[in-house]
Design a protein around this ligand. Structure first.
Ligand code: NAP
Length: 263
């Protein structure tokens, strides 16, 4: 049996995690560190990254460093990637795109979201896959959204662009599957992160309702009756990063608490 979720399941592996200064990216980095991987946290907020990396080193005894980079900045991202071509596990994640009615979403928002959601993943995988292939092992785990499978109202960008990652995972699988590389998506539903709370607060203010009321509405269709905790999404990332997940290819692992059937 292969060890999964033990403190040494990923020992000797190096993980690069995008969008890792907080929320799901940071939770994923912590899960990988807890499984023994050295981790590199990438995002824009230097201070948060530094604090998080220090905490992971202290808690798990792994190497944890950070890269300050904006996923939409090609040159900055290229420089960061060039310092980590020995990455075994790439976890892609990013900020959530703006919400709103389809016809009121400016083209500039689509362009910016494309750079973060799709183009950064293409750039990173193009840079790292040949090195992973040379070493005969690689894991690409893309944190996306349940909207890949179940689109939501007022989320035209996320409903549309995130599906491109399925095509990217399928293509990586096709071209690199025989080299010990897998590419899969983790698709979270509502998860208790700072962003979730910010979005609920903004909506409550816009609609003149309480935040509790907004949360109750968001959870009405969730069978589990609660948001996920970030570590529940990170657990799926951790599993996909293991050797034991080596036969899972181009899958969308939906972690959304299930759906109430009568909504
Ligand atoms: N939470 C949920 O309920 C939920 C549900 C489904 C899907 N998702 C999706 O999952 C992803 C993560 O969600 P979350 O709740 O953890 O969001 P979050 O708390 O806003 O975290 C986003 C992370 O991405 C980083 N980031 C944002 N823009 C970036 C950029 N241009 N370049 C580099 N890093 C950038 C942020 O750090 P810096 O600001 O320091 O750069 C932060 O670390 C989002 O795409 C979200 O839409 C979330």
């Amino acid at each position: 049996m292969k060890n999964v979720f033990t403190a040494d399941a990923l020992k000797g592996r190096k993980a690069l995690v995008f969008g890792a200064s907080r929320g799901l990216g940071l939770a994923a980095a912590e899960q990988l560190a807890a499984m023994g991987a050295d981790v590199v946290l990438l995002a824009r907020s230097e201070e948060r990254l530094h604090t998080a990396a220090e905490a992971l080193m202290e808690r798990y005894g792994v190497q944890a460093t950070s890269e300050v980079a904006d996923l939409t900045d090609e040159a900055g991202l290229a420089a960061a990637l060039s310092r980590h071509v020995d990455t075994d596990i790439l976890v892609t994640n990013c900020g959530g795109p703006p919400l709103g009615p389809f016809t009121e979403t400016p083209l500039e928002e689509w362009d910016r979201a494309y750079r973060q959601i799709v183009r950064a993943v293409v750039q990173a995988t193009q840079a790292l896959l040949p090195h992973m292939a040379g070493r005969g092992f690689g894991r690409v785990v893309m944190i996306t959204s349940r909207t890949v499978r179940h689109p939501l109202p007022r989320m035209s960008i996320t409903n549309s662009l995130r599906k491109a990652l399925v095509g990217i995972a399928e293509t990586i699988t096709d071209e690199f599957g025989e080299k010990g590389i897998t590419a899969n998506l983790v698709c979270p539903g509502l998860t208790r992160t700072e962003r979730m709370l910010e979005v609920a607060a903004m909506r409550a203010e816009r609609e003149g309702r309480s935040q509790e009321d907004v949360m109750a509405e968001l959870l009405r269709s969730v069978a589990a009756g609660r948001p996920a905790e970030p570590w529940e999404i990170a657990a799926a990332v951790g599993f996909l990063a293991t050797e034991a997940a080596g036969y899972m290819q181009a899958q969308c692992l939906v972690v959304d608490g299930g759906r109430k059937l009568k909504c």
